[in-house]
Write a protein that binds this ligand. Structure first.
Ligand SMILES: *[C@@H]1O[C@H](CO)[C@@H](O)[C@H](O)[C@H]1NC(C)=O
Ligand SMILES: *[C@@H]1O[C@H](CO)[C@@H](O)[C@H](O)[C@H]1NC(C)=O
Length: 140
């Protein structure tokens, strides 16, 4: 009986430990942090050391009359050419979301003035890492 009780307690404990299944939650990145989307910010430095996973979002906050947010290809990114964007994320309020739906490199820039004073950002989007294995070993 005592042994049985121990097993029950162990099973309950195992359940409690395993219950909060770690959820992979999408992350919203405020681009530039408190500097927002502005001239004279080094967005390469901002992106450095960060991991961007599929399902995460980039959130751009800026003066809607002065800037926008466009996705371009690599060559256009390097040349700061906004003439043929792949996608226009600008909706007009100066608050724009870029959802990172695919594993690829995103090239984003301010098209009002072609990366005006360094307003360009590239991020590499990866698959999220597998959740940590938290289920306790089953006893028989
Ligand atoms: C921006 O930051 C990156 C990474 O720290 C650095 O390599 C680059 O030279 C910087 N660019 C400018 C224009 O300062
Ligand atoms: C992007 O879309 C916005 C909102 O529809 C529009 O006002 C703007 O002209 C577009 N910009 C480009 C470069 O297509």
């Amino acid at each position: 009986m005592a042994r049985f009780t121990v097993l029950i307690v162990a099973a309950v404990l195992a359940f409690l430990v395993a219950a909060p299944v770690p959820e992979v939650t999408a992350k919203k990145f405020l681009v530039g942090d408190k500097n927002f989307w502005n001239p004279n910010i080094n967005y390469t430095a901002w992106a450095q050391g960060k991991h961007f996973y599929v399902g995460d979002w980039l959130y751009f906050v800026y003066y809607r009359d002065q800037h926008n947010i466009l996705e371009v290809n690599k060559a256009d990114y390097e040349r700061c050419n906004a003439d043929h964007p792949i996608k226009n994320y600008t909706r007009g309020a100066g608050r724009d979301i870029v959802p990172l739906f695919v594993t690829k490199q995103y090239y984003l820039l301010d098209g009002r003035g072609g990366c005006f004073k360094g307003m360009k950002l590239t991020v590499t989007v990866e698959n999220p890492p597998p959740p940590p294995i938290s289920a306790p070993a089953k006893e028989h």
